[in-house]
Design a protein around this ligand. Structure first.
Ligand code: MLT
Length: 246
């Protein structure tokens, strides 16, 4: 069996054909979504725009909470921001609608033309890598980036995933493994800047913005590696993109 591992630095790239896509927005959407399920949440509905989230909540009712951010802070009228540590402290609502500046957009892009989409972050590295290997042989990692630009922390995390996939795949029967140029470049960046992921995240452009907003502890939380088995999956349920935990 031959595996092909690929990395897209931005969701707006022309995406290759993949059996499974792992979407990474290390700071903080993919960590937030993973933590939502760890903190007791059951269903998350991702939407692209804040306006859309208000409309959906009006339709679904008060059992649904609004979660996410614009500019790193909760959007007006939102019940939760995009801070995973807030979820740890307050506990997650059972059902929420989430919109973030980049992460939810990347997820909506990833689900186009791919049957298996997993939310991946440092915290679920081992489990998400394993789930991807079990889902098929063409695995794509989609970095969310930031405002349409390359994001160092997402790419370094993607490189960490490539290394993990390379080490796990033979245990799942791989006889051959191929890396695309994107995967080679991400792994080179990880080998150059890792394994100090918290240092990378703290010094990244987005990490510095979050620190200035008072979210340094979130950045450290997002940098913890392989500490949860939760791998949220994005799929269409009754025609709507829906994220469920495991
Ligand atoms: C995003 O989607 O851009 C991020 O998750 C922003 C944030 O750190 O809250």
């Amino acid at each position: 069996m031959k595996y092909v591992f690929d990395v897209a630095f931005l969701p707006t790239e022309t995406l290759k054909e993949h059996d499974c896509r792992l979407v990474i927005d290390l700071l903080r959407a993919s960590t937030q979504i993973t933590t939502f399920f760890d903190a007791g949440g059951e269903t998350l509905l991702p939407v692209r725009e804040v306006e859309e989230s208000y409309k959906l909540k009006e339709k679904l009712g008060d059992d649904w909470k609004l979660m996410g951010e614009r500019g790193g802070l909760p959007a007006p009228g939102f019940d939760f921001g995009n801070s995973p540590l807030e979820l740890v402290k307050r506990g997650a609502p059972l059902h929420a609608i989430i919109t973030t500046s980049n992460g939810t957009h990347a997820m909506m892009r990833a689900i186009e033309g791919c049957a298996e989409v997993c939310v991946a972050c440092a915290r679920n590295l081992e489990s998400a890598a394993w789930d991807a290997l079990c889902a098929g042989t063409k695995i794509g990692i989609i970095c969310a980036g930031r405002n349409g630009e390359f994001s160092m922390e997402d790419t370094v995390c993607a490189g960490m995933y490539i290394e993990k996939l390379l080490s796990l795949a033979p245990k799942n029967g791989a006889e051959e493994m191929e890396l695309t140029d994107g995967a080679i470049a991400a792994m080179a960046l990880w080998r150059h800047l890792g394994p100090d992921l918290d240092g990378v995240a703290m010094e990244s452009q987005h990490g510095r913005i979050l620190r200035d907003l008072g979210f340094a502890d979130d950045v450290l939380f997002c940098s913890e590696v392989s500490v949860t088995a939760t791998v949220p999956k994005l799929a269409y349920v009754d025609g709507a993109p829906t994220i469920i935990g495991r």
